[in-house]
Design a protein around this ligand. Structure first.
Ligand SMILES: Nc1ncnc2c1ncn2[C@@H]1O[C@H](COP(=O)(O)OP(=O)(O)OP(=O)(O)O)[C@@H](O)[C@H]1O
Ligand SMILES: [Mg+2]
Length: 238
């Protein structure tokens, strides 16, 4: 479960103080698929970064399964991230000098001591097969298409079987076919492993499939809607 309390983020911009998030309170229960929407600049990526502990809030806190991550040091954060979080960025963020397989293995090598997932290489290979990349294991990111790179990024996010997956416009840079494929992979994971999925998206067709829609504007939540029949709604489109 994710709890967000009184979350504020301000940034000094030369002489001005810019308020990016102006007091956000949210509770996202385990297993929910929540879509975060809102205009460009409304603070969606900033919020997701704070949920992942990639950035520190100015005020307030983020609590993951009872642990406040907002006051942890880097080592403690790394441990929590390794255990609980998978993050999918809009821009893939693969390491260019590592192959697909090595990119997927990376979280395991950084955090594998926290997991009991057995042989990392076998698991990374299996994950890449599950996203349709069995014949791309030893390709470098530059040798992969955008959709393929995003699928490597998904496999990497799933490597440590995180209970929470945070995704920032994971289909934003893909054509509709590849976008659909990536979305199906995320939703399958959400359904089969009861992964909590928090996804920033501009796409109303995606947010329609979410169990909850959280709308941001100017750093505030202006709308928070639960859909009535979440599972049926998501499956009708698959
Ligand atoms: N490091 C920074 N310094 C100054 N301003 C920043 C910084 N990071 C973000 N901002 C500002 O904060 C606001 C929110 O940014 P954020 O990236 O969270 O928006 P977003 O909702 O994700 O937008 P988009 O849909 O375009 O991705 C923007 O106005 C942005 O210019
Ligand atoms: Mg953004």
């Amino acid at each position: 479960m994710i709890e967000v309390r009184g979350l504020k983020k301000s940034i000094h911009n030369g002489t001005n103080m810019v308020e990016i998030l102006r007091g956000i309170d949210l509770t996202i229960p385990q297993g929910q698929f929540a879509a975060i929407m809102g205009p460009s600049g409304s603070g969606k990526s900033t919020l997701l970064g704070l949920l992942a502990g990639l950035d520190a809030p100015t005020e307030g806190e983020v609590i993951l399964d009872g642990t406040s991550i907002s006051r942890l040091n880097e080592d403690e954060l790394a441990e929590i991230r390794g255990k609980k979080l998978g993050f999918v960025f809009q821009s893939y963020q693969l390491i260019p000098m590592l192959t697909a397989l090595e990119n997927v293995l990376l979280p395991f090598e950084l955090n594998g001591s926290f997991s009991n997932l057995g042989n990392g290489r076998a698991r990374a290979t299996e994950l890449l097969e599950s996203v349709g990349l069995a014949d791309r294991l030893h390709h470098y990111p530059v040798q992969l298409s955008g959709g393929e790179q995003q699928r490597v990024a998904l496999a990497r996010a799933f490597m440590l079987e995180p209970p929470i997956v945070l995704a920032d416009e994971p289909t934003g840079n893909l054509d509709s076919h590849n976008g659909e494929h990536v979305l199906d992979l995320l939703l399958r994971r959400h359904r089969e492993s009861r992964t909590t999925l928090v996804m920033v998206t501009h796409d109303p067709l995606i947010s329609e499939r979410a169990e909850r829609r959280i709308m941001l504007r100017d750093g505030m939540v202006i709308e928070d809607t639960l859909t009535t029949e979440p599972v049926a709604a998501a499956e009708a489109h698959l």
